[in-house]
Design a protein around this ligand. Structure first.
Ligand SMILES: Nc1ncnc2c1ncn2[C@@H]1O[C@H](COP(=O)(O)OP(=O)(O)OP(=O)(O)O)[C@@H](O)[C@H]1O
Ligand SMILES: [Mg+2]
Length: 263
């Protein structure tokens, strides 16, 4: 197993429940701890997996403070209740400011990040190059393809520099080449700061698990209404985290089958 320790809790979910006309989520309890690796600034990458309609996006909204749960609470760093704006959220539908050019939107995001002070323009240009958007900075969102909107949306949240970044289906709509780039960039982001924590929801189980250190499975249990965390898989313990080309390994594929069987 790769040498590491787990330190303080960076995010704690306690007894979260959500009910509309029927229970959607119940008894959600989990925490994410700061992973420390000697000689590295290692962030956390967590994947949340569950069937379509199970409640992943609802849980996302609760984690990010955009929606209050019916019961329970979410706290970050030192027991502070999470509030809207604490986390960078990349939604399934890539919401963008339609009346601003891509560059204007990105600049607004970069200006929220004090660490980028004075380097906003050059950082945007650098990211734009990595994401193949250099020629699109002066366009408006309606002039972009779906995949381009998504990349702008990811860049926007990366530029803001929040410790927590939530990504709902970040890999859908990307072609193979862009998928590799997105994965590379997310890994780069997770390594940029020890406290950086990425939480990913994706139907592309192989890709999201391959870049994660922990998997949470959201599902139903017999005779209970509402979904809950059915299983937590520590990929570090299984020696499946932080390894390039893990997707071909037999033990990785066994874990993928195990996850699919839980859904
Ligand atoms: N405002 C609402 N009122 C009532 N029910 C709602 C509301 N919003 C969502 N739901 C229900 O909550 C459940 C979970 O929805 P959610 O969008 O979280 O699913 P999901 O796991 O993200 O699915 P997908 O993978 O398809 O995106 C669904 O059954 C949905 O119908
Ligand atoms: Mg969803």
């Amino acid at each position: 197993m790769t040498k590491h320790t787990k330190g303080e809790v960076v995010l704690q979910v306690t007894n979260v429940a959500l009910t509309y006309d029927r229970p959607i989520l119940r008894d959600i309890n989990f925490c994410i701890k700061n992973i420390v690796r000697p000689g590295l600034s290692q962030g956390q990458v967590v994947t949340l997996i569950g069937r379509s309609g199970i409640g992943k996006t609802q849980l996302f909204k609760i984690l990010s403070g955009l929606q209050s749960p019916t019961a329970g609470q979410v706290t970050i760093h030192n027991n502070k209740p999470v509030k809207a704006g604490d986390m960078g959220v990349i939604f399934q539908n890539y919401y963008l400011f339609e009346w601003r050019t891509v560059y204007q939107s990105l600049l607004l995001a970069a200006k929220k990040n004090k660490a980028l002070f004075g380097m906003e323009k050059q950082t945007i240009e650098q990211y734009a190059e990595q994401f193949h958007l250099t020629g699109h900075l002066q366009l408006y969102p309606k002039q972009l393809s779906g995949g381009q909107r998504q990349r702008v949306s990811i860049m926007q949240q990366l530029l803001k520099g929040s410790d927590f970044i939530l990504l709902d289906e970040p890999f859908s709509g990307l072609d193979v080449c862009m998928l590799d780039k997105a994965v590379e960039l997310l890994l780069q982001v997770s390594l940029s700061d020890e406290l950086k924590t990425l939480i990913i929801v994706s139907h592309d189980i192989e890709t999201s698990v391959a870049i994660s250190d922990t998997v949470f499975i959201l599902g139903n249990e017999p005779d209970k209404a509402g979904a809950t965390i059915k299983k937590e898989i520590d990929l570090i313990e299984r020696d499946l985290a932080w390894q390039k080309d893990i997707k071909q390994e037999k033990r990785f594929l066994e874990t993928i089958s195990e996850i699919k069987n839980e859904l």
